[in-house]
Design a protein around this ligand. Structure first.
Ligand code: NAD
Ligand code: UGA
Length: 470
């Protein structure tokens, strides 16, 4: 039987491609309600960049990989449905600002239920939660289907929690060589037996990495893994201010801390804060889950992480304002990079948004954003979604793909301050030009990603602030 991946986003699309590569005898359908996105994929174009994906996509797209908007047309040929749809933080109603929204998950489930209700006999169906979901979602899915189909169907339906741990930019590495494949099966359900068989066939290529567990541990394990990652970066970020005011350097601290084998060196790069689609939303969900159970001490613990992270983002903007004596009137500011992490076009919940908003709260600054990966319309949309404000084109200009008509040196010569908000490779490669421009124009450097050599900049007479350095 075929496999259907529902949701063709940062997780669903690479997953669909990798499953097609690793299971050449099985047809993989990637289904999404976004017509534009599916049309693009159908024409052989990827809607976002991901290292190595284009090559694998080309290999499978004329063979066992198909993209569609219509679940109906492929439904009967599929027995496994992998849900890779959005689970945003709820913006209204019960748990707003913390709980995860599972309406897209349930909408997929209802569609599956509707199709099943048209079939005459029973057959084995596996519904896989690949999206990050709140604890208890497998129960909610089963309840919903039982209501739609009746109890008699339920032994033929299995729900499996199989969270994804990939990092954007390294998605293929995470999918082809995963460090774990977590499979959470429903307890005391006959259907778990065929689900186990189907999952082990699908993941034959990485069978030694499988961790089998129950649904609840798997669901909560994913949320907790992201909250742990959030803890690690936030802990190093919580040391930056002390370093800046005491003569210690957070980079040195990271070396000292990270060489302990129990801690490890990764995820200790200090920054202007943690951004992206998931870490903050999943930590917030963990807080919500604790709070809902009356576990206030635990809830407060996770809350503090998010609050500190928000402070860290704001602090960077305030640092710039302070440097200009609390007045940005007439100041020209060049911003390098607005995506949530380096070499990516994804600006969902990017820390750059908070920094730019903080600067715009002051009157008078002229901000010029340069990002070789991010499109203006995507950033403007995300800015508006998170701040509730329109990105004012009289105050903010944006250069994207075609990146600056002028040289980097000329650009930095014209500004009062240059802010590194995202450490794209292209910026590092042009460090010398930025340095020359800043030295000539007497502009200041605010490096939120420790991208540039602060000492070398200072030797050129440039005011150079680097997060976490004295
Ligand atoms: P995304 O926004 O890139 O993609 C989600 C896709 O689902 C969109 O294309 C959307 O159109 C589609 N969709 C929404 N409702 C649908 C429906 N009813 N039927 C079919 N398609 C529908 O999101 P993403 O980054 O791929 O994240 C998806 C899930 O995976 C989230 O739960 C996220 O927390 C989790 N996750 C994300 C990452 C990551 O790095 N982005 C990593 C691990 C886990
Ligand atoms: C993160 C996790 O790393 C994945 O394991 C997880 O699957 C995924 O979220 C998810 O569930 O969505 P991703 O969002 O791609 O992956 O990005 P990360 O590389 O984790 O970076 C998150 C943020 O932390 C970025 O803003 C990044 O710049 C920042 N960061 C990361 C630091 O500031 N310092 C670091 O040392 C590492």
């Amino acid at each position: 039987m075929d496999i259907c991946v529902m949701g063709a986003g940062y997780v669903g699309l690479p997953l669909g491609v990798v499953l097609a590569v690793q299971n050449p005898q099985t047809k993989i359908h990637v289904q999404d309600i976004n017509v534009e996105r599916i049309a693009k994929i159908d024409e052989g174009q990827l809607p976002f960049s991901e290292e190595g994906l284009a090559e694998l996509f080309d290999r499978v797209r004329k063979n066992n990989f198909k993209a569609t908007t219509e679940l109906q047309s492929i439904f009967q040929s599929c027995s496994v449905f992998i849900l890779c749809v959005n689970t945003d933080t709820k913006s209204s109603g019960l748990g707003a600002g913390g709980a995860l929204e599972i309406k897209s998950i349930l909408s997929c489930v209802e569609e599956i239920g509707r199709e099943l209700s048209k079939e005459s006999g029973f057959r084995e169906i596996v519904i896989v939660e690949k999206s990050t979901v709140p604890l208890g979602t497998s129960f909610a899915i089963r309840k919903r289907l039982e209501k739609m189909l009746g109890e008699s169907w339920m032994d033929s339906i299995a729900i499996v929690s199989n969270p994804e741990f990939l990092e954007e930019g390294k998605a293929l590495q995470g999918l082809l060589k995963p460090d774990r494949i977590v499979l959470g099966f429903e307890t005391n359900k006959k259907s778990a037996i065929f689900a186990q068989k189907k999952m082990s066939e699908m993941y034959k290529f990485a069978s030694e990495k499988i961790i089998e567990t129950d649904c609840s541990s798997s669901e909560l394990g994913k949320l907790s893994a992201n909250a742990f990652l959030m803890t690690k970066v936030t802990s190093i970020n919580a040391l930056t201010e002390l370093c800046e005011t005491s003569g210690a350097d957070v980079g040195e601290l990271a070396k000292i801390i990270g060489s302990d084998y129990r801690i490890g060196p990764l995820f200790l790069r200090s920054s202007i804060g943690v951004g992206g689609y998931c870490l903050e939303k999943d930590t917030l969900c963990l807080e919500y889950l604790c709070r809902a159970k009356g576990l206030d001490q635990a809830a407060d613990y996770w809350r503090r992480l998010v609050e500190f992270n928000r402070y860290q983002k704001k602090r960077f903007g305030l640092k710039v304002i302070e440097y200009f004596d609390n007045c940005l009137m007439g100041k020209k500011i060049l911003v390098l990079g607005v995506s949530f992490k380096e070499n990516s076009e994804d600006c969902r919940n990017s820390p750059a948004i908070e920094v730019i908003k903080t600067l715009l709260d002051e009157t008078g600054a002229q901000i010029r954003i340069v990002d070789p990966h991010v499109e203006k319309r995507d950033f403007a949309k995300e800015f508006e979604r998170t701040t509730g404000r329109v990105l004012d084109s009289n105050k903010v200009t944006f250069e994207s793909k075609e990146v600056c008509p002028k040289t980097w040196e000329q650009l930095s010569k014209e500004v009062d301050a240059l802010l590194v908000l995202c450490g794209h490779k292209l910026f590092k490669e042009n460090e010398e030009s930025f340095a020359k421009g800043l030295a000539e124009g007497r502009g200041a450097l605010f490096d939120g990603r420790k991208l540039f050599d602060q000492k070398a900049m200072r030797e050129l007479g440039i005011f150079a602030y680097s997060v976490g350095s004295p």
